[in-house]
Design a protein around this ligand. Structure first.
Ligand SMILES: *Cc1c(COP(=O)(O)O)cnc(C)c1O
Length: 388
């Protein structure tokens, strides 16, 4: 039996996979089981920050795997401490909790916000405002945080205490803050799964002000936007505000499972021994990978990300069959005249891997994709947008 049949027989049916098996890669080039190469414009959904098998990252990870792969959070270890220090020094945040995924990073953010609100204002201040069309994960609580009914229906009852505000609607946000006893506002600076839609500066500023005025916690879900993806280390840095909690995962460890919840000065002391935990959280190998990645997300690289982004926006904005282009940095959504699925299929046939977000084509290339690879991929994408 081939892999497709075996997958169908043995893997839980949660994924609608493309008819493609990837076996290896090098940077932004991926190879299928027949040896055909593809330019990777998705990075495993914004995970492989420096593409496949980046040699610097591989060395950091293998070195740690050869030293100690895991020990549990009952003991001190160096990689997680070094990474936490790095994250704090680069962001101004004060403390870090490590988990293993985006959903877990958000669970921690939600627990932190509810604890903070209970301590400051009382347990009845538990409501968390999230945005319509958001995506925060697949656990029951992060599903509740996700403002899309389609994700909810099969799994009710979900965790109580989430209300949803239309993105970029300051009046609605203000009304919700008045109406409910709120702990927090939680949002993605650029809605990723929802269609690569950036929030407006005005809305972000308003959310920050409302949180300040009402002693609420501003949570930025930077699971997808974080770690250099948008052209700054974290996307909030481009909005001129500082959240109270930042959750991140995807690209943090460059291809290994690691989530982090960053806590600001106001939040740094909410957790006490026993109030939260994770067996794998802060795993030494994953943290070694993340240290390697973070140390390379330099200002120069961020300028490169912005330049590549500008190139893609310019090429696509005027392209035949493209209705609109949105996003930030190398997180880009393209609204097309043709069905996005057709474009994804055409690109794949022509050696370029792109993905979708809602009804858009989504691009999340490795940050170190070469200009030549990027040009080739965009040429293929433009031809696909134009259609036969
Ligand atoms: C992917 C994603 C998540 C969920 O991350 P997992 O690692 O799949 O749990 C949460 N929030 C955002 C914004 C994401 O893009």
């Amino acid at each position: 039996m081939d892999v497709k049949q075996l997958d169908g027989q043995y893997i839980a049916g949660t994924y609608a996979r493309f008819p493609l098996q990837i076996v290896s890669g090098k940077g932004a080039l991926l190879t299928d089981e027949q040896g055909k190469e593809y330019i990777d414009m998705a990075s495993g959904i914004a995970v492989n920050t420096f593409g496949a098998c980046d040699p610097v990252w591989v060395e950091a990870v293998t070195k740690q795997a050869n030293t100690l792969q895991h020990i549990s959070n009952l003991y001190y270890t160096n990689p997680c401490v070094e990474l936490a220090q790095m994250l704090c020094e680069k962001t101004g945040m004060k403390k870090v909790f490590f988990g293993n995924s985006g959903a877990e990073a958000n669970e921690c953010a939600i627990k932190a916000a509810r604890l903070y609100a209970a301590n400051q204002k009382g347990k009845e201040y538990y409501t968390i405002i999230t945005l319509q069309n958001s995506f925060h994960g697949r656990t029951i609580t992060t599903l509740a945080a996700t403002g899309q009914d389609g994700f909810h229906n099969d799994f009710t009852p979900l965790t109580e205490g989430f209300v949803y505000c239309p993105a970029n609607d300051i009046e609605a946000l203000t009304a919700l803050v008045k109406q409910y006893k709120c702990a927090a506002i939680m949002m993605e600076p650029v809605q990723g799964e929802g269609g690569v839609l950036p929030l407006t500066q005005e809305f972000v500023t308003a959310a920050r002000n409302l949180c300040d005025e009402n002693d609420m916690v501003l949570i930025f879900d930077e699971v997808q936007t974080g770690n250099g993806r948008t052209g700054s280390l974290y996307a909030y840095m481009q909005f001129g505000i500082t959240p109270d909690v930042v959750s991140t995962a995807k690209g943090l460890a460059g291809g290994l499972p690691l989530g982090a919840t960053l806590l600001s000065e106001k939040m740094q002391n909410v957790f006490k021994p026993g109030s939260h935990g994770s067996t794998f959280g802060g795993n030494p190998v994953c943290c070694a990978g993340a240290i390697s990645i973070l140390s390379r997300l330099t200002d120069d690289l961020m300028e490169e990300v912005k330049a590549k982004s500008a190139y893609v926006f310019e090429e696509l904005a005027s392209a035949d069959g493209v209705k609109s282009v949105s996003g930030m940095g190398l997180m880009i959504g393209i609204e097309t005249r043709r069905d996005a699925s057709q474009i994804v299929a055409d690109c794949m046939a022509n050696g370029v891997l792109v993905i979708k977000a809602k009804n858009k084509v989504r691009l999340l290339p490795p940050l170190n994709i070469t200009n030549e690879q990027l040009q080739k991929a965009i040429a293929v994408l433009k031809a696909a947008c134009k259609g036969a």
